[in-house]
Ligand binder design. Structure first.
Ligand SMILES: Nc1ncnc2c1ncn2[C@@H]1O[C@H](COP(=O)(O)OP(=O)(O)OP(=O)(O)O)[C@@H](O)[C@H]1O
Length: 434
């Protein structure tokens, strides 16, 4: 889910409150309901505990008493094999809260996380060896798909919330699973707070420092990538001239645009790459390739589509979704007779093809032609276009075969291949859906 930290500017008319029925969100709902805006209490029924039905009823009663509208969504399904219950519940809760806030017409969703939650998050992240992005903990406000998720009490000590709830005689649910030592957060709570009762403020402050350091690192990465990378290629030679910390910061940011690479891959890539080296590293969803001192991301190839006859006999863009790209046909010279392009067979490379780059040159193996043109190995699979008689017409990434060119004064169309990844995101999306 794409997220941005741009602050809200307009005053909201409607507010959604993520309402579990616990102490904190009950107090938050109480405050919101007294503020004069229209409030929607959104409850997620995880279906994990026998009391979940009673909790939903309790939440509805409290919301009604406070004059707030109430919505409840049941999570369907169960964790996948190997997925933790916590991760499954969190992902489902986020989806459900987003859906309920959207249905209520509220673009502001309040969560009742407070300073102690932030302090615990900081430590849990530290225990996992997180970098500044993880140590920064939960953001105060974050836009995700049209909804601003806000945590107005992130700086509030837990005691202040408890005092408010007691002062107003609020009733709330105590979730017995909060004491379940199978969950890391509960184990941490049970040991940390008795031993360090006053550490909450200091740990939350440490999270704020991490947040600042992280913002700074993001700014530096954006500035570095503006000079080191184009739409597809990261300049590894220039990256290697940066200080090690700055190089891994920029590389991490570039990788994040393509794949959820493990942190260890950043280190491996920087140590294993040598100038001029051709290397590949598998990464979730595809692979990274170092080629001619550039780093490229290639999505894992699907099955090559079956050979098919297509009509490219007029100018335009012809998306080939199975091949993740389009043929672009324009009136230009040199080109190919439209009648020949109207019936071409598109297929992957078979192995023995010969390609002729220019009218005066001699045909050579496709592999040699690709090397000469600097077409990287992972881009050499196709598609290729052929006439019915087997004559090669064009190769994605290389261009037209000169043997297919029309005579100078004949009508002709030039054909070239455009990868989806080379298009601006919105354009690629709209075409893919067509
Ligand atoms: N089942 C739920 N339905 C709606 N919102 C929830 C739910 N569980 C958690 N939240 C939201 O996420 C916040 C943090 O969740 P967390 O699990 O720490 O709190 P909790 O112990 O369930 O309840 P509380 O924070 O209200 O005391 C809650 O304050 C609440 O805003």
């Amino acid at each position: 889910m794409a997220a941005s930290a741009t602050p809200r500017t307009a005053e909201p008319e409607r507010v959604a409150v993520a309402f579990s029925g616990g102490l904190d969100s009950t107090a938050l709902l109480h405050v919101a309901a007294r503020s004069g805006v229209q409030v929607f209490a959104c409850h997620v029924h995880h279906g994990l505990q026998p009391q979940a039905d009673d909790w939903a009823l309790h939440c509805e009663r409290v919301a009604t008493e406070l004059g707030a509208a109430f919505a409840c969504e049941h999570l369907a399904g169960a964790p996948a094999r190997g997925e933790s219950v916590e991760a499954w519940a969190r992902a489902g809760r986020h989806r459900a809260l987003h859906d309920m806030a959207t249905a209520a017409g509220a673009d502001l969703l309040l969560l009742a996380h407070h300073r102690r939650d932030q302090a615990e998050t900081f430590l849990l992240q530290a225990l996992r060896g997180a970098g500044t992005a993880g140590l920064a903990g939960m953001p105060r406000a974050q836009w995700r798909e049209g909804i601003c998720w806000a945590r107005p009490w992130l700086d509030q000590p837990r005691e202040a919330i408890l005092a408010y709830a007691e002062q107003h005689g609020l009733r709330w649910i105590e979730d017995p699973s909060n004491g379940d030592a199978r969950y890391a957060r509960n184990r941490l709570r049970q040991t940390l707070w008795p031993a360090f009762p006053t550490a909450e403020a200091a740990l939350a402050q440490a999270a704020r420092w991490a947040q600042q350091a992280n913002e700074l690192a993001e700014e530096v990465a954006a500035a570095d990538l503006a000079t080191l990378s184009g739409p597809e290629r990261l300049d590894l030679a220039a990256l290697a001239r940066l200080s090690p910390a700055r190089a891994s910061n920029a590389l991490r940011a570039w990788l994040a645009q393509h794949t959820a690479a493990p942190a260890s891959l950043v280190g491996r890539l920087l140590t294993e790459w040598r100038p001029g080296g051709t290397l590949s590293w598998p990464a979730p969803g595809g692979a990274l390739h170092a080629y001619r001192d550039g780093l490229f991301w290639a999505e894992a190839p699907g099955h090559a589509p079956a050979p098919a006859e297509i009509d490219l006999g007029r100018p335009g863009r012809f998306p080939q979704p199975g091949w993740r790209g389009s043929w672009l046909v324009e009136a230009a010279t040199p080109g190919i007779a439209p009648a020949r392009l109207a019936r071409v067979v598109q297929r992957s490379r078979a192995g023995a093809e010969q390609f002729q780059r220019a009218p005066g040159s001699s045909p050579r193996s496709l592999k040699k032609a690709c090397q000469e043109a600097g077409l990287p190995p992972w881009r050499r699979g196709g598609p290729l276009l052929f006439e019915a008689n087997g004559q090669l017409v064009a190769v994605a990434g290389l261009g037209m075969d000169a043997r297919a060119f029309a005579a100078k004064d004949e009508p002709q169309l030039a054909v070239r291949w455009l990868e989806d990844s080379a298009l601006p995101q919105s354009e690629g999306d709209s075409e893919a859906g067509a």
